[in-house]
Design a protein around this ligand. Structure first.
Ligand code: FES
Length: 146
């Protein structure tokens, strides 16, 4: 792997293959060839990333960019913008559906409107902290395993 400047990893798991990851790989290879990058960039299939509901997944190394819900029509922009110009495509980056701040706002809003008041907020914040630590551990485990 080390002779290449970059690698584009495409999920070859069942879910992503059912969502056109073969076509994405073909199109990426097509544009890599078009721009004469075959000696610099390698496109490879991987196993399942564990993010099947957000597939097809494409990961670019060495910068560890993690794209979700990629379509074959995105292949040209991945090569032109990311690989050639070094500008990852914001529209494909993984977005956490709810940030911790949004969860906090929701908890405070619901807790202050119920009969348990402040005690409920404190309990909810404890639960939120446990949730955050669990999510952090899951994300770290996922990144280590990918
Ligand atoms: S099949 Fe692609 S992430 Fe699981």
């Amino acid at each position: 792997m080390s002779d290449y400047r970059m690698h584009i990893l495409i999920c070859g798991g069942t879910g992503c293959k059912a969502s056109e990851s073969n076509e994405i790989k073909d199109k990426l290879n097509y544009f890599i060839s078009e721009f004469d990058l075959e000696d610099e960039v390698q496109v490879v299939f991987t196993g399942c990333f564990g993010f099947c509901e957000k597939g097809p997944i494409v990961k670019v190394l060495p910068d560890n960019t993690f794209y979700t819900e990629v379509k074959p029509s995105d292949a040209e922009d991945i090569v032109k913008e990311h690989i050639i110009k070094g500008r990852p495509l914001k529209r494909l980056l993984y977005k956490n559906p709810k940030t911790i701040i949004q969860l906090l706002q929701q908890i405070i809003s619901t807790s202050t409107n119920n009969k348990y008041g402040l005690h409920s907020v404190i309990v909810d914040l404890s639960i939120l902290k446990i949730l955050k630590n669990t999510l952090d551990a899951m994300v770290i485990r996922h990144l280590v395993n990918v």
